[in-house]
Design a protein around this ligand. Structure first.
Ligand SMILES: *[C@@H]1O[C@H](CO)[C@@H](O)[C@H](O)[C@H]1NC(C)=O
Ligand SMILES: *[C@@H]1O[C@H](CO)[C@@H](O)[C@H](O)[C@H]1NC(C)=O
Ligand SMILES: *[C@@H]1O[C@H](CO)[C@@H](O)[C@H](O)[C@H]1NC(C)=O
Ligand SMILES: *[C@@H]1O[C@H](CO)[C@@H](O)[C@H](O)[C@H]1NC(C)=O
Ligand SMILES: *[C@@H]1O[C@H](CO)[C@@H](O)[C@H](O)[C@H]1NC(C)=O
Ligand SMILES: *[C@@H]1O[C@H](CO)[C@@H](O)[C@H](O)[C@H]1NC(C)=O
Ligand SMILES: *[C@@H]1O[C@H](CO)[C@@H](O)[C@H](O)[C@H]1NC(C)=O
Ligand SMILES: *[C@@H]1O[C@H](CO)[C@@H](O)[C@H](O)[C@H]1NC(C)=O
Ligand SMILES: *[C@@H]1O[C@H](CO)[C@@H](O)[C@H](O)[C@H]1NC(C)=O
Ligand SMILES: *[C@@H]1O[C@H](CO)[C@@H](O)[C@H](O)[C@H]1NC(C)=O
Length: 369
């Protein structure tokens, strides 16, 4: 009975997460006026061993499983993926992730910072090599070349947590592993097109696990991913123990002035950020704690109600699953003939994947089938 109840709660949570994710919209500030970005405006460490605050984090695709040591991001079925996105942005700062990558050909684990105009700073683990992590960056979604990636040795990346830290300010980008500086990119150098393609606008955190080794991929992308995913090997799992994020500004919001997308054009709106207020408020009780607070009579009442509701919820859930499956988010992104045909380069594919996963806008425009 208890486990049935847990199921019901989990289902209700899943459904509401789905609805939220659908309501997200994409807006590129280089194309016109967008809502301001909510700042983090502080520094905080999230331990991933208990439920993340959904005011700060959006489970956009898939789900994560909490364990005593961290959160598991898993791909459990063919073509599935998971994506967690922060609701807050940092405008220069530090991101320190303690991660165990997922092992398996064609599977990509990633922890990135990405802005609304597609500046991006990446850590990526390609599942066939558990002795390496890749660093990368994008400026304004420019995917013309694939020459920005860095390759860094790291031991037992799938079985041991390592400290992967990105440092980002207006002068330079740094990637650190376990306290060792692995790579620096300066604001102005050929790789950044002398600053023009240097990441410099407010970014969110995105943590995801996704398959690149699937049918229809280009040779180049398959080669990068180490071939096709072997779907008999599911689940593929990446684990995140904790994440420290520091915003170098301490305001409330970030606003793009004009459409240049330079850091000089970002206005920092002062005040206490919503995220900071949320972090500092007294912790909410967990479901289990709330449940324990209720009297025995209430427990019994809820069991009975749940038994009746269960029939309905299971039916509704089945319908919802069916609908979600039909929508096949990742699949749609990949099957999208118009885009797919043009997506030759790996860089373009990576960016397309992340945008499609996050934005959801393109899905809303597609009529329900
Ligand atoms: C800007 O908007 C136009 C028209 O809606 C669209 O075709 C284009 O892709 C957009 N560009 C960006 C960078 O979002
Ligand atoms: C999560 O881990 C942190 C650090 O080890 C610990 O302080 C905290 O009590 C843990 N929380 C849970 C719910 O296990
Ligand atoms: C998910 O993200 C959207 C857009 O940032 C936000 O409006 C919404 O409140 C978020 N969902 C939750 C549950 O916080
Ligand atoms: C995109 O990047 C390439 C080099 O990677 C550069 O030659 C080109 O000017 C960039 N385009 C824009 C619009 O910044
Ligand atoms: C895995 O990565 C390490 C470190 O970059 C590299 O030396 C090794 O050749 C890679 N292995 C394969 C199979 O690509
Ligand atoms: C992780 O690495 C960063 C960069 O070297 C360092 O500042 C930080 O203290 C490290 N974190 C831990 C927990 O050691
Ligand atoms: C970055 O700038 C520093 C000095 O500020 C210099 O020592 C270093 O060589 C530069 N790196 C690159 C890749 O240009
Ligand atoms: C997974 O995606 C590939 C490529 O779009 C497709 O060919 C395949 O049928 C999909 N598999 C499932 C089970 O949806
Ligand atoms: C997929 O994995 C299974 C079990 O690990 C193995 O038996 C099979 O040979 C693999 N298939 C391919 C095509 O590598
Ligand atoms: C920000 O929060 C602090 C307390 O944490 C409060 O004293 C201060 O007045 C707040 N500032 C604004 C602008 O709301």
């Amino acid at each position: 009975m208890i486990s049935l109840l847990r199921f019901l709660f989990a289902f209700v949570c899943l459904i509401s997460t789905g609805v939220y994710a659908e309501s997200q919209t994409d807006c590129n500030p280089l194309n016109g006026t967008c809502p301001n970005d909510a700042a983090l405006g502080t520094e905080h460490t999230w331990w991933f061993n208990s439920t993340l605050d959904d005011k700060l984090w959006n489970m956009t695709t898939g789900e994560i499983d909490y364990t005593s040591t961290g959160a598991d991001f898993s791909i459990k079925t063919e073509n599935a993926s998971t994506l967690l996105v922060s609701n807050f942005y940092i405008f220069f700062g530090v991101m320190e992730a303690h991660v165990k990558m997922a092992k398996g050909a064609g599977i990509i684990s990633s922890v990135i910072l990405q802005s609304d105009d597609l500046d991006e700073i990446d850590w990526e683990w390609v599942g066939y090599n558990t002795s390496e992590v890749q660093s990368d960056f994008f400026g304004k979604g420019n995917t013309t070349t694939s020459d920005r990636g860095g390759y860094h040795p790291v031991s037992n990346a799938d079985t041991e947590y390592h400290n992967y830290t990105s440092y980002w300010d207006k002068d330079r980008l740094e990637w650190w592993i376990d306290g060792k500086l692995m790579r620096t990119v300066n604001y102005s150098e050929p790789l950044t097109v002398y600053g023009k393609n240097y990441p410099q606008t407010p970014c969110r955190v995105k943590i995801s696990l996704w398959p690149v080794g699937i049918k229809g991929q280009t040779e180049g992308n398959l080669e990068w991913g180490g071939g096709y995913v072997n779907w008999t090997d599911v689940p593929f799992t990446m684990s995140v123990q904790r994440l420290r994020v520091k915003d170098f500004h301490s305001g409330k919001e970030y606003k793009y002035e004009g459409t240049t997308g330079t850091y000089e054009s970002i206005e920092v709106i002062s005040g206490n950020s919503t995220a900071k207020q949320e972090i500092e408020k007294t912790p909410k009780k967990t479901l289990a704690e709330k449940w324990a607070d209720l009297s025995e009579g209430v427990h019994i009442g809820v069991y009975c109600g749940a038994a009746a509701a269960g029939v309905i919820v299971f039916g509704a859930f089945g319908w919802w699953c069916q609908r979600q499956r039909k929508k096949g988010r990742l699949q749609r992104a990949l099957d999208d003939g118009q885009n797919g045909a043009e997506l030759k380069s790996l860089e373009a594919y990576k960016l397309q994947w992340r945008q499609s996963e996050w934005g959801q806008k393109s899905y809303q425009q597609v009529p329900n089938t």
